[in-house]
Design a protein around this ligand. Structure first.
Ligand SMILES: Nc1ncnc2c1ncn2[C@@H]1O[C@H](COP(=O)(O)OP(=O)(O)OP(=O)(O)O)[C@@H](O)[C@H]1O
Length: 603
């Protein structure tokens, strides 16, 4: 059905892309990651300067404290007091500078991260709109939504905290270690021997966390997908009473997510407790070696206090390493998942030499057209040829599943031909820009898709700049004006998600009105299969005939009453077009068309 083509089939492949190609793309991804900073270089530089200031002030504090503690007690009280006030003021100033730098880093740095996150999300959304029907046939909306929304939530944090935390952490660590070595090299060596152990430990659990993060992102995407699927089909679920089964399927995904999350937390807890223990161990080492050195008379108590303060600065980045790794893993796996989607090449696009289609008469020609869904799918259309004159009204009839909708989705290039060519006014549709091609073609689909919003918003989808007069004219032509006026707020009535507050016939008339506003030169009308009452059916048929005037029209007809007015009826079967001509001629032939007609009991 054409609906299947427009809304996506439920047959889907595994996730994209293959892991190997994913690995090969790592360098490109790093380049891409860095490129996101380009528009924010000044902010990034200011952020990093402030981050360096935060680290420098943190390292400066133990040094200043050492000076105050070691120097002032040696002075007489009359000199010590004014000096204490002076040094106290300096210490306060350092604290103030640190607070201001932290404020800048926290506020402006986060804003920078959020801007990049918004940019990535924008690119993802824009890119998704370019991907073809074939891509959506393979993918699940819930999974895609997860990549665009949930995954990108951590991107801002990563883009902000990534460079900033690394700068602060590294400078604090190196600075504090230098202070410790300068004050007492043996204590410095004692601490240094422990560092490789801590790094090795962090490295191992970093790997565990990375795997767990990737897995929980995939699992939450599966939960999203389930929610999306069930809630979109809630009417079917409730009418079949399959709530318990849906709940069971949801629970499976949800439990799987919980398990992967728990694995992640276990690695995180191991990392956190390990790093915390390491930090305490450093403090104990400083106290032990400091005490030994004081007993030996090599350093004073003030030095031990300074060493302890410096050790506090040194272990601070290590204590926060788990946060940093978590942020990095969450953010980077989200980034990779976003990039995988961005790397998905739209398989239908403009050729470099493509030109706008321009004004057309509307001659359409299918020349030896073959098509299959996917590379391994069965051939749906094999070598079909068909000429439609400008302004002609064509009706496509035939058994279900022979490819009527498929044929129609090839014309606006929703899918790319496997072989053959299609021309409009003699121009190959692959030589014109997609935008101009689709502008020239209006599609009224069988299962109407309306957006949440007002009637007017939905009509304006046909022509964004249309004024109220245009809307009313189009609605009148589509026999929709009267029912719109009977709605509580007329054209401003909210119609609910997918137009749930309207009847099937009303929805279809709205889409016809939408097509009127678009005023395409070529019209494809996929007639609704579901039965409408006689009045609705007549209203729609009248609207269709008005809309078809002066346009090349292809109707996929399910009710043969629709096709009586057609200039030419084409009977499509698995063998191709087996009969063609106006209604009376085909009836007289007593072939497939006549028997279909008889089946519908219309003779
Ligand atoms: N997106 C898709 N992916 C894979 N196969 C598809 C897809 N859409 C349709 N098909 C298959 O292609 C064949 C032709 O389908 P199509 O919808 O074009 O038939 P149709 O003649 O319009 O049917 P109907 O009268 O029931 O609407 C069918 O076998 C169908 O299963």
């Amino acid at each position: 059905m054409f609906l299947r083509a427009l809304m996506g089939s439920r047959r889907r492949d595994a996730s994209f892309p293959a892991p190997l190609s994913s690995l090969k793309r790592q360098p490109q991804r790093w380049r891409k990651f860095i490129s996101y900073y380009r528009p924010h270089l000044r902010l990034l530089a200011a952020d990093l300067c402030c981050a360096a200031l935060v680290a420098a002030t943190a390292v400066a504090l133990p040094l200043l404290a050492n000076f105050v503690l070691a120097h002032l007690p040696t002075l007489p009280a009359s000199q010590a007091m004014p000096q204490l006030v002076g040094w106290g003021s300096i210490l306060l100033a350092v604290v103030l500078v640190q607070a201001l730098a932290t404020y800048f880093v926290d506020y402006r740095g986060h804003v920078m991260g959020a801007r990049i996150e918004a940019q990535v999300r924008r690119e993802l959304f824009e890119h998704c709109q370019k991907l073809s029907f074939a891509f959506y046939d393979r993918q699940r909306t819930g999974q895609l939504m997860s990549r665009i929304t949930t995954d990108s939530l951590w991107l801002g944090e990563l883009f902000h905290h990534g460079p900033e935390d690394a700068t602060i952490g590294l400078l604090k660590f190196v600075g504090a270690l230098a202070v410790i070595f300068a004050l007492d090299a043996p204590t410095g060596w004692a601490i240094s021997t422990m560092i490789p152990l801590a790094i090795g430990y962090a490295f191992i659990f970093n790997r565990h966390m990375k795997l767990a993060m990737r897995s929980s992102k995939e699992r939450i995407a599966a939960v999203n997908e389930r929610v999306e699927d069930t809630l979109s089909g809630i009417r079917v679920v409730q009418s079949f009473g399959t709530e318990a089964e849906e709940q069971r399927r949801f629970d499976v995904e949800n439990r799987s997510f919980l398990r992967s999350r728990s694995r992640g937390y276990r690695s995180e807890a191991m990392l956190w407790s390990g790093m915390d223990a390491f930090a305490q161990l450093v403090t104990v080492t400083v106290i032990a070696t400091g005490a030994l050195r004081v007993i030996g008379g090599e350093i004073g108590v003030a030095d031990v206090l300074t060493l302890l303060l410096a050790a506090g600065v040194l272990v601070d980045p290590l204590k926060r390493l788990d946060n940093f790794i978590r942020l990095w893993q969450e953010g980077y796996t989200g980034f990779v998942r976003a990039m995988e989607l961005l790397e998905e090449q739209p398989d239908i696009g403009d050729r470099p030499s493509a030109k706008a289609l321009g004004a057309i008469a509307g001659d359409v020609s299918f020349e030896d057209v073959s098509f299959r869904y996917g590379q391994a799918g069965p051939m749906v259309l094999g070598g079909l040829s068909l000429k439609i004159d400008a302004g002609e009204f064509i009706a496509l009839v035939g058994p279900s599943g022979v490819g009527k909708s498929t044929l129609c989705s090839l014309l606006p290039r929703f899918y790319e031909l496997s072989s053959g060519r299609i021309t409009i006014d003699g121009k190959d549709i692959r030589d014109v820009t997609l935008a101009s091609l689709r502008q020239a073609i209006g599609v009224v689909q069988q299962d109407v898709y309306l957006f949440a919003g007002s009637v007017a918003d939905n009509l304006r989808y046909g022509r964004p700049g249309a004024n109220q007069k245009d809307l009313v004219a189009a609605a009148r032509a589509a026999n929709a004006h009267d029912f719109i006026m009977s709605l509580p707020q007329g054209y401003d009535t909210e119609i609910g998600q997918r137009g749930v507050r309207l009847s099937g016939g009303q929805k279809q008339r709205l889409t016809i009105a939408r097509a009127f506003l678009k005023a395409p030169s070529i019209l494809i009308f996929d007639e609704a299969t579901s039965a409408l009452d006689n009045e609705s059916e007549r209203a729609i048929q009248q609207a269709l005939l008005t809309l078809a005037q002066g346009r090349t029209t292809i109707v996929i007809a399910h009710r043969l009453s629709t096709v009586r007015h057609a200039d030419r009826i084409l009977v499509l079967t698995e063998a191709g077009i087996v009969e063609e001509g106006p209604h009376d001629l085909l009836m007289a032939q007593e072939g497939v068309y006549a028997s279909l007609h008889r089946l519908q009991g219309r003779i």
